[in-house]
Design a protein around this ligand. Structure first.
Ligand SMILES: Cc1cc2nc3c(=O)[nH]c(=O)nc-3n(C[C@H](O)[C@H](O)[C@H](O)COP(=O)(O)OP(=O)(O)OC[C@H]3O[C@@H](n4cnc5c(N)ncnc54)[C@H](O)[C@@H]3O)c2cc1C
Ligand SMILES: NC(=O)c1ccc[n+]([C@@H]2O[C@H](COP(=O)([O-])OP(=O)(O)OC[C@H]3O[C@@H](n4cnc5c(N)ncnc54)[C@H](O)[C@@H]3O)[C@@H](O)[C@H]2O)c1
Length: 469
């Protein structure tokens, strides 16, 4: 039994805590997989490394010719793409591990941790004896994993999740993507852009259904022009065909035959693998399986902290990172605890087109009974958007304000660079800036795409005040 000042379980955002201020601490960091966690190894980073070439392929095939260029897309060297992605990522994960192994105040333990009591853990290690640890502080940073739905036949066919699909040996000719959320939509876009025939299935009536209805409807319409969408249709059954392909039987009575099946129906927190309940750890878990934390990222057990996907209803890397900064500060400053700010968590879908959002959707704002003002602008209404001649009906920004406070309550964009354009709107909400004056109070570079945001804000101000700003 070894006692530590701090035990960290999980090296995603959990690994970012340990800077030089912890040099006087005796620390153990426990990881059962690759250093860097989901984002680095099988999430944000590799997926966006596929989005980059996929966007070039899509633009060469669809955008170039529209603008008078003789461009076309002739196919992908999938293995070269895959090896570029993991040839860069895998060494980073190894270096992260080596770095911790080389630190004298840190024990980097490879294995799976679970609780055995209050701030007491056991780590199971492959081929080695279990290690028992106790600590003054324990940080639960174990993330989440893909959900595998209970579908008849799934035990008899091969399937992929986001953990595995990026390491395929070949670009599939046909892929069935189950799920129309972030993961499903981003991968459907990548594979469709690279020339794979995509069938995307969702039990919801539209893709990215948690986004503003108008945005989700337009995103769905644009996706439906590029690949086969089967909405309002769950996956009912799967079967292996004689030729080795997979038949998907869908809730709407239709079928689809594919070579690769990708399951992207959501993620579940890894809290259930920690024996939190049975061990008497004192760490409570909510009905959704998330570790319960307070505003300081403290769990219900003394000295036990949690961050990121295992405790957050918004499983996003920028949330895990900000949680980590709060935990880091609070471990070092027990008498001056910081509070996690989860008020305005933005998100983006990295596809063609992009989608970005922060705050309430129009539906949520109306349900809450807010006296709502809405400002809109289409990309085509601005010089740069007009020059790009993007889809002038489907690419737009929509900003929402509460008339009672004169403040933004939500912002929704669909179109090129939406994930970048949304940033001044996140800033305005985070710093509680009034809508009146937001557009005219500063310069907006002409003719940059940021004029999409300026124009939407001008429309919103006019709505709020009743005259042109
Ligand atoms: C395909 C995909 C794309 C994504 N793209 C984006 C994006 O563009 N933007 C964005 O903001 N977010 C994105 N995300 C979400 C993002 O990856 C996660 O929110 C983030 O990585 C969570 O960080 P974390 O530190 O909470 O957990 P993780 O990074 O998952 O780290 C948890 C670590 O704990 C380890 N572990 C688990 N249990 C144990 C145990 N019992 N003992 C020892 N070790 C254990 C795991 O091996 C893992 O390394 C994406 C996710 C996926 C799947
Ligand atoms: N760009 C990003 O920020 C990004 C990218 C990827 C993942 N992520 C994170 O990962 C999380 C998980 O993403 P995800 O796409 O797996 O989950 P999700 O919750 O976003 O979407 C899951 C989708 O699967 C559908 N679904 C569920 N069961 C089904 C079934 N049996 N048949 C058909 N459809 C079914 C749901 O209706 C939903 O549309 C996201 O919440 C997000 O926080 C973020």
């Amino acid at each position: 039994m070894t006692h530590y000042d701090l035990v960290i379980i999980g090296t995603g955002s959990g690994n970012t805590i340990l800077d030089d201020r912890f040099e006087g601490w005796r620390v153990a960091i426990v990881e059962e997989g690759a250093y860097g966690g989901t984002c680095l190894n099988r999430g944000c980073i590799p997926s966006k490394m596929y989005v980059v070439p996929a966007t070039i392929a899509h633009d060469a095939a669809d955008e170039g010719p529209r603008l008078g260029l003789r461009t076309s897309y002739d196919g992908a060297d999938w293995r070269a793409m895959r090896d570029r992605v993991f040839g860069r990522i895998d060494p980073l994960a190894r270096q992260g591990h080596e770095y911790r192994v080389g630190q004298s105040h840190v024990d980097a333990i490879d294995g799976r941790a679970r609780f055995t009591g209050a701030r007491a853990l056991v780590v199971s290690r492959e081929g080695e004896t279990d290690l028992e640890l106790t600590a003054d502080h324990v940080l639960i940073a174990v993330g989440s994993r893909p959900v595998v739905p209970d579908v008849p036949g799934l035990d008899a066919v091969p399937y992929e999740t986001s953990d595995t699909v990026m390491r395929l040996d070949a670009l599939p000719a046909r892929i069935g993507v189950v799920g129309g959320g972030y993961v499903g939509s981003e991968f459907a876009n990548v594979f469709a852009s690279l020339g794979t025939q995509v069938v995307q299935v969702d039990s919801a009536p539209r893709l990215i259904d948690n986004h503003d209805r108008e945005v989700a409807d337009h995103f769905t319409e644009l996706a439906g022009r590029r690949w086969d969408l089967r909405l309002d249709a769950g996956l009912e059954k799967v079967e292996r065909t004689d030729s080795g392909s997979i038949t998907m039987h869908l809730g709407d009575g239709s079928r689809a035959e594919v070579d690769v099946l990708l399951l992207a129906v959501g993620r579940t927190p890894n809290a259930d693998l920690l024996d939190l309940d049975g061990s008497g750890s004192g760490v409570e878990v909510d009905d959704a399986g998330r570790v319960v934390v307070d505003e300081h990222q403290r769990t219900t057990a003394d000295g036990v902290w949690a961050l990121g996907d295992v405790s957050s209803p918004q499983p996003l890397k920028h949330v895990a990172n900000q949680d980590a900064r709060v935990v880091q500060h609070n471990l070092l400053n027990p008498d001056g605890l910081r509070v996690s700010d989860h008020r305005f968590v933005p998100s983006a879908v990295f596809a063609s087109p992009q989608v970005a959002a922060v705050g309430l959707t129009e539906e949520q704002a109306r349900e809450q009974g807010l006296d709502l003002a809405v400002g809109r602008s289409h990309y085509a209404d601005t010089a740069h958007g007009w020059a790009m001649e993007t889809d002038d009906r489907c690419h737009f920004a929509k900003v929402l304000a509460d008339r009672a406070t004169g403040r933004l309550v939500g912002a929704h964009l669909i179109g090129p660079q939406a994930s970048v354009l949304v940033q001044p709107l996140i800033q305005a909400m985070s710093f509680d800036q009034p809508v009146v004056g937001l557009a005219r109070g500063m310069y907006w570079i002409h003719p940059a795409l940021s004029e999409v945001v300026e124009t939407a804000l001008l429309a919103l101000e006019e709505e709020l005040v009743g005259e042109k700003p």
